[in-house]
Design a protein around this ligand. Structure first.
Ligand SMILES: Cc1ncc(COP(=O)(O)O)c(C=O)c1O
Length: 374
């Protein structure tokens, strides 16, 4: 057996699309495939604007810049996330303020947010971890009360729905990733969503060197001017074409992942040392990752090695930011503030999850897991 942690699904359609794009000669950003993807993505999640970006980290960076967040400002971030979320806050010279998480959803514990709000707080970045929406009703309520922006880190959450609203459509800005381990992928890639025209225009310009009219080049002859210090965060038309095909399959992918997750839940339910992912009825988990929590007496790292020996690739859930040296001088990293994240960082385990995973392979994974835990 050789079961990877994750595996993107591509077929002939992607190959044919890549060929077509190569033949048109427009392989850089801002081409027809970027435009089509932006329109289709905005339609899918129900927002007015979508802007293709090279990856989700760049998307978070531009979201913060477009909202005017900078030096002296504070931004609330869950302590349990991939470091890209807090890195982006540091890119704009603001201070990330970490919050412990909920032990069952692995998302930000909204009850702890208000205690950390100061006169310098400007925004909250909820992360929809592993494809499950953070408690957006509470977050939006807190944000409104304290006049804060909400930037959804929806890197893992394409297609995730919370009370019938799609992830990335509830805050001021949504940031998505098309990295290889995400539900839909072009290898690397991202997209930003917003309902605000001004934010969309600023982000578009910042993603293309800070040009005034980054997208009007096909119209009359016009020499653009550079009004802001922008970046080159564009997405190639090749990547956009691949993502368009993937996007058409998004609902099918989600359905398959949810079936696999249900099967895992059923198979794992009588292992006492394992906590399976839990989702409320109104929160459609898209299982970018299927992450379990192991009892604290189990040596998680040793388990990863032993499963590998059986041909099963697994991985830690994600990171506890307060434990990462990069933040030690720029954020409050007192261990006593993050008891849940510490445990989840040390005891979470992502099991294989991808569209072509079979029920028989899950049977094998669970039987090996049981054998080792015996
Ligand atoms: C929660 C979260 N935010 C941001 C990112 C960064 O995404 P990208 O690799 O597209 O920059 C990731 C990547 O895994 C992530 O998991």
């Amino acid at each position: 057996m050789n079961i990877p942690l994750s595996k993107p699904f591509f077929d002939k359609e992607e190959t044919e699309e890549i060929k077509k794009v190569l033949e048109t000669g427009w392989v850089a950003g801002q081409g027809p495939k970027n435009k089509e993807l932006e329109e289709e993505f905005a339609k899918y999640i129900g927002v007015k604007h979508a802007i293709c970006i090279s990856n989700c980290t760049a998307a978070l960076h531009l979201a913060l810049l477009a909202l005017g967040i900078g030096r002296g400002d504070e931004v609330i971030v869950p302590d349990f996330t991939f470091p890209a979320t807090a890195h982006a806050v540091l890119y704009v010279n603001a201070k990330p303020v970490f919050i412990d998480i909920d032990p069952t959803t692995f998302n930000i514990n909204t009850k702890l947010i208000e205690k950390k709000i100061t006169k310098n707080t400007k925004a909250i970045i909820p992360v929809h971890m592993f494809g499950l929406c953070a408690d957006m009703d509470s977050i939006i309520k807190i944000a409104k009360k304290h006049s804060l922006f909400v930037i959804e880190d929806a890197a893992c959450a394409v297609g995730n729905k919370y009370k019938r609203r799609f992830a990335g459509s509830m805050g001021d800005v949504g940031c998505f990733s098309f990295h290889a381990r995400k539900n839909i992928t072009s290898g690397e890639g991202g997209i930003i969503t917003t309902n605000n025209q001004e934010i969309a225009d600023t982000i578009r310009s910042l993603s293309c060197f800070g040009m005034t009219s980054a997208f009007s080049r096909e119209k009359d002859f016009h020499i653009p001017t550079f009004t802001k210090l922008g970046y080159n965060y564009k997405l190639s038309d090749i990547a956009a074409a691949i993502t368009l095909i993937q996007l058409k399959r998004s609902e099918k992918f989600i359905e398959k992942r949810r079936q696999l997750a249900e099967y895992y839940n059923e198979k794992l339910k009588d292992i006492k040392q394992v906590q399976c992912p839990v989702a409320e009825e109104y929160n459609r988990h898209v299982y970018q990752a299927y992450t379990i929590l192991l009892d604290k007496n189990i040596n998680r790292n040793d388990l990863i090695t032993r499963l590998k020996e059986k041909g099963i690739q697994t991985q830690i859930g994600t990171y506890a930011l307060h434990m990462q040296p990069v933040y030690s001088n720029v954020a409050e990293c007192n261990e006593q503030d993050f008891p849940v994240t510490k445990i989840v960082f040390e005891q979470s385990l992502a099991l294989p999850m991808y569209n072509e995973l079979t029920f028989e392979e899950i049977d094998y994974i669970v039987s090996e897991l049981k054998e080792i835990l015996k």
